[in-house]
Design a protein around this ligand. Structure first.
Ligand code: B16
Ligand code: MG
Length: 217
């Protein structure tokens, strides 16, 4: 069997969640409220507009569509300022090594991210060259937990769903991968990522052989 690997970006390859949090927090504060770290967990893997809707809801603030577009753009301006200063040092433990090992074995690699800023992040962290296909928030019409992002990734890699392994840190992403009938490596704790096939703290705990065995079993 030839496996194919589809990686989520934020929380799996790089830790941009902290920048999303800072930018959303600044936006909420400017509107006169705050939200917790626990609430922030619920924003992982969720696209920009759906994240804004949740935050406004938490603050009990109502805005029309035009105002929401402006708020989302403002948050993104702050976020882009932060990620523009990222470096390869911000790649999460084990991620570079796993990408290198997969690449060395000729295993196809895709990105499956909700972010519209994936190009800049991959560029800043020197990861772009590993990817045979990039599917991000600019390429999909529906957001995780809809499987579209991973289905498109598999299509571009010309891989059957049953041979694809998705790496996800968000429950919405795990749900999306299950809906796509793919194998899922949950990056995080089992209780936060129900339905994954295995769970790891980070990608340093993953070997290529283990991934092959996971699909063949
Ligand atoms: P942007 P992933 C997701 O990326 C983040 O986890 C989520 O917090 C964020 O709101 C979303 O991207 C959209 O990001 O505002 O840059 O388009 O985990 O799917 O790689
Ligand atoms: Mg993620």
């Amino acid at each position: 069997t030839t496996i194919a690997c589809i990686f989520d970006l934020d929380g799996v390859l790089v830790d941009t969640a902290v920048y999303h949090y800072q930018a959303w927090k600044k936006l909420a504060n400017s509107l006169g409220f705050d939200f917790s770290h626990e609430q922030n967990e619920q924003l992982k893997g969720v696209n920009r507009m759906r994240s804004l809707d949740k935050i406004l809801d938490w603050g009990g603030v109502q805005k029309n569509n035009e105002e929401k577009e402006e708020l989302a753009t403002l948050k993104n301006t702050w976020y882009v300022d932060m990620i523009s200063k990222m470096s390869a040092a911000e790649v999460l433990p084990g991620s570079l090594e796993l990408l290198q090992a997969l690449h060395a074995k000729g295993i196809k690699i895709a990105l499956g991210s909700a972010s519209k800023n994936s190009g800049l992040i991959l560029e800043r962290t020197n990861l772009t060259h590993f990817f045979d296909a990039i599917v991000d928030g600019n390429a999909v019409t529906t957001s995780k937990p809809d499987p579209e992002v991973f289905v498109k990734g598999a299509e571009l890699l010309k891989a059957a769903a049953e041979n694809c392994i998705v790496f996800e840190d968000a429950s919405a992403g795990v749900e999306a991968a299950i809906a796509a009938k793919m194998t899922v490596v949950g990056v995080g704790e089992e209780k936060n990522l129900p339905g994954a096939d295995i769970w790891v703290k980070d990608l340093s705990a993953v070997s290529v052989q283990q991934l092959i065995d996971l699909v063949v079993q």
